[in-house]
Design a protein around this ligand. Structure first.
Ligand SMILES: [Zn+2]
Length: 398
């Protein structure tokens, strides 16, 4: 490897956050502050310890002169544009980084470099792109990974974390860049100027402008959470550091909750849940059968009345299926008068059954009375209701 010279007068203008990712606070010169919308201000500064969104890494959050910074973007002129929720006075201003968010990004981003390197070196899978999200991070690889390969990759990545290699950055000229074995998709066509490199000692050199941990040990743990097929390869999801620990805590909490709910240990969770689902399925079948029998019994018990005598029957447990079987059974038993059937507590269902001419006329009136919506055809009108208590047989009288 060629000896590298760090250029004193680089054509790359590094932000303080790129020079020292661990700098929590610094100073910036506010050049302008402009209202840009409802409670939002664009603040232009010369340089900042706040990382502007770029290179796949989300923007930092923090404060400037005590005012919340909601977004950080690079200005086309190389300056930094902060979005704040209050105006900021021009001149020298103290800047504070939300370090929890920054360190999370440093862990996820550095983990991406590491996973990319190990996937390439041990499994010949090249990284096509990556995504660092607020909750999920993923790397698109150019080929599939089997289950055992995924586990092997995870083991090798975590072995590198235990190895605690250093992670450094430097700026080199294009000539030095060309002479190095840089793992990169290459620079944009026509690129001129110097190049910022990030190196995991003895493992990887990559072009990158982001913020990274200083040693792999700071990643703590990388957990590969799964893969899904995407065009041209596979999307590999992962959690690093604090996010992996948070997932572990969440899993432990869920285990404890399941232990209490299922009254068994984790090794029996799956079998217990399967048994409960089977039982619920069987109970559902039995319930439907019993409700059908109940509907038939209730319908048959409705007195065989005269064609003009209307009846109202209410059952709290009834759904529309039960009401329909009540109406069917009442007709089979010879009941000829209009029927108003309701089910539920305050809200529920209703069904009007009778001569078509009557049903067409009173159906919408019943729906209105029970604050419901419904429809029907011929001799039936039914629907859902918000106030089944308002249903009474008088609604069926002309
Ligand atoms: Zn990077």
């Amino acid at each position: 490897m060629l000896p590298l010279r760090i250029k004193q007068e680089s054509t790359v203008s590094l932000q303080p956050c790129q020079e020292d990712a661990y700098a929590e606070r610094g100073w910036a010169v506010v050049e302008s502050c402009t209202a840009v919308g409802e409670g939002r201000f664009a603040v232009i500064v010369d340089r900042s310890v706040l990382y502007p969104e770029g290179g796949g890494q989300p923007a930092d959050r923090g404060t400037i002169s005590g005012v919340a910074v909601l977004d950080v973007q690079k200005d086309p002129n190389g300056r930094v544009r902060l979005t704040t929720d209050a105006p900021v006075v021009c001149g020298r201003a103290p800047v504070q980084v939300d370090m929890d968010r920054r360190f999370d990004h440093m862990q996820q981003h550095s983990a991406q470099h590491l996973i990319t390197a190990v996937a390439q070196d041990y499994f010949s899978r090249s990284t096509l792109s990556f995504h660092l999200g607020a909750r999920n991070c993923s790397i698109d690889l150019d080929g599939p990974l089997s289950g055992p390969e995924l586990r092997d990759l995870e083991d090798r990545v975590n072995a590198e974390i235990r190895g605690n290699r250093s992670v450094t950055h430097r700026v080199v000229s294009l000539e030095e860049y060309a002479a190095l074995d840089v793992r990169s998709r290459g620079l944009p066509a026509g690129y001129v100027g110097d190049v910022r490199l990030v190196e995991i000692a003895g493992l990887d050199i990559n072009t990158c402008g982001g913020t990274h941990v200083a040693r792999l040990g700071e990643l703590q743990l990388v957990h590969l959470t799964g893969t899904e097929k995407v065009r041209g390869g596979v999307r590999l999801s992962y959690l690093a550091g604090g996010r992996a620990l948070e997932r572990l805590r969440d899993g432990t909490h869920r285990r404890g909750t399941l232990n209490r709910l299922l009254k068994c240990g984790p090794s029996e969770h799956l079998a217990t849940i399967k048994r409960l689902l089977d039982e619920a399925k069987a109970s559902g079948r039995e319930r439907r059968q019993l409700l059908s029998e109940l509907g038939q019994a209730l319908g048959a018990a409705i007195p065989g009345a005269t064609p003009t005598r209307a009846m109202h029957l209410h059952r709290p447990e009834a759904d529309l299926n039960l009401l329909k079987s009540v109406a069917d059974a009442a007709r089979s038993a010879g009941h000829t008068g209009p029927l108003l059937l309701t089910g539920g507590d305050s809200s529920g269902v209703f069904l009007v059954d009778g001569p078509a001419e009557l049903v067409v006329r009173v159906g919408p009136r019943v729906a209105e009375a029970v604050r419901g919506r419904g429809g029907g055809r011929g001799t039936r009108f039914q629907g859902k209701a918000e106030a089944v208590g308002a249903a009474h047989v008088g609604l069926l009288t002309p």
